[in-house]
Design a protein around this ligand. Structure first.
Ligand code: CAO
Length: 465
């Protein structure tokens, strides 16, 4: 049996990178190209794959270590029938010269000379470079005892971008069951998990352990801000203290993250819905017997689908440095419930009529108020509408529901005098407030999106164009 050192290959321009995940443990049988650790620079995260096949006999890194090209990650006892190859380029990492990434021990060298196990375990370029990379095991520094079994157990299978995304959301990958090939965790899995937590359908282990979800009232110290003011309110008058509800705590933490992490901009516009409202009233009369109430929100959902089709950037999500353009149109709508804000999702709104959407919305809103929404009914949205139309107000700044990139806020429509060219006419005007992620969308696009929406709401026949 021969043992080799697994080293960090050329990782491009980075002086050193931090180890943020260790994906293997001592005793693991590893395959060629199997990911060993995840490292992160200030720009990206990447997985370092193995260049040999064998069994991990020692780990030389631990979480938080900084490594650079040539750092020894692990000792690997080579598989008799193993293979080896040069390090492949990781996404976003330029691998310069084809370096030998596994430094070879004297035992391995001996084996190579003898031909047998090592020759089959190493590729020709690796074998050819043996002399330059001999690193006697005995002389190597004592390794750090690395991970606790708990950390090493059950390393989830997910790409670096998904890991990064999960980290940004604070989603523990180890608690997600992957739906991708070989149980790989997909973007949808992370989103679904996050929404379930937000909706209170599930709790992360950390939340369960602490007995509560992370709330939005952090100290702010992590952001370098002044500490939150601590006031003894009772000094100024009688008070009553109540713990925030579970959903409020969870949604608060999500809203806080979205507010802090997304560069929000909000464009306000108006839509003339005089004719649409007249049609809605008429349609409701005609369908009175069906028991379905056609709502303005159902028309808004259809209008938004049309706008999302015309401006696909609004139907996208950021995934690392990529944009994922969704070819489906699932629209979330904010529902005010006694327990707090919930966002049920109308799936495939492009394939449904206004009647069907109205019916589904009413069912989902009822379930939301009764606290009976399942995670599947709150996941997968591409875009969200938050309607305060039934309540009041003029305009507001809705917070984007990550990883979506925009949200439409709607307030109460009001009769207003509008200049027709000849005279002021009374028209029913609906205020629109579109918040968008400036990393993905530009102001001009947002203004066009709103204008398109207003055009459709002004004359719904345009949806057919
Ligand atoms: N302008 C004027 N009137 C409006 C309107 C608008 N934009 N939108 C709805 N209305 C009217 C409806 O026609 C209805 O009137 P009638 O009872 O006379 O028919 C009334 O307001 C109540 O409507 P509704 O709110 O029950 O129905 P909806 O389809 O508009 O909305 C739902 C459903 C679930 C979105 C809504 O009940 C709700 O929860 N809204 C709050 C969303 C929220 O909290 N957003 C903030 C998120 S950020 O914290």
């Amino acid at each position: 049996m021969s043992t080799v050192e697994l080293k960090v290959p050329d990782i491009g321009d980075f002086e050193s990178v931090g180890v943020i995940e260790i994906l293997v443990k001592v005793g693991d049988a590893i395959e060629l190209e199997q990911s060993l650790i995840t490292v992160e620079s200030d720009k990206a995260s990447m997985e370092i794959p193995s260049s040999v096949k064998g069994v991990i006999s020692e780990l030389r890194v631990k979480l938080g270590d900084r490594v650079k090209e040539g750092s020894v990650l692990a000792m690997v006892t080579l598989a008799a029938s193993g293979e080896s190859r040069e390090m492949p380029a990781s996404p976003g990492v330029a691998v310069a010269a084809p370096e030998v990434s596994a430094a070879i021990t004297p035992a391995a060298l001996q084996a190579a000379a003898g031909g047998a196990p090592l020759a089959s375990a190493l590729s020709p370029p690796v074998a050819a470079s043996l002399a330059a990379t001999v690193a006697p095991v005995a002389a190597s520094p004592a390794h750090n005892p690395t991970q606790t079994p708990a950390l090493l157990a059950q390393v989830p299978h997910a790409s670096p971008s998904i890991r990064k995304f999960a980290r940004e959301l604070g989603v523990p990958l180890s608690e997600i069951k992957g739906s991708g090939p070989k149980g790989r965790i997909t973007l949808d899995d992370v989103q679904a998990f996050s929404r379930s937590v937000m909706a209170g359908a599930i709790q992360t282990t950390a939340q369960a352990a602490s007995g509560s979800a992370r709330t939005s009232s952090g100290s702010g110290e992590a952001l370098g801000l002044l500490p939150w003011p601590k006031v003894d309110f009772a000094k100024f008058g009688p008070v009553e203290r109540k713990e925030m509800g579970r959903i409020k705590k969870i949604s608060g933490a999500n809203l806080h993250r979205n507010w802090v992490m997304i560069p929000h901009v909000t464009n306000h516009d108006d839509a003339d819905i005089t004719d649409l409202e007249a049609f809605r009233v008429l349609a409701n009369k005609e369908h009175e017997k069906s028991g379905i109430k056609i709502t303005m929100l159902a028309f808004l959902i259809k209008a938004c689908v049309s706008a999302l089709k015309k401006f696909p950037d609004f139907n996208a999500s950021l995934d690392g440095e990529d944009l994922v353009y969704k070819q489906y149109y699932h629209i979330g709508f904010a529902a005010d419930t006694p327990n707090g804000l919930m966002v049920p999702v109308i799936k495939d709104a492009d394939k449904k009529g206004v009647l069907e959407i109205s019916q589904e919305m009413s069912d989902l809103a009822k379930k939301a108020r009764e606290g009976k929404l399942g995670p599947a009914q709150m996941s997968g949205a591409c875009f969200t509408i938050s309607s305060l139309g039934g309540i009041g107000g003029r305009y507001f700044t809705p917070i984007i529901n990550a990883p979506e990139v925009a949200i439409l806020g709607v307030c109460k429509s009001q009769m207003q005098p509008v200049w027709s060219g000849q005279a002021f006419e009374p028209r029913l005007i609906l205020p629109l407030s579109l918040s968008w992620d400036h990393r993905v969308i530009d102001g001009a696009q947002a203004a066009r999106f709103n204008a398109h929406l207003a055009q459709i709401l002004g004359d719904f026949r345009r949806v057919l164009l």
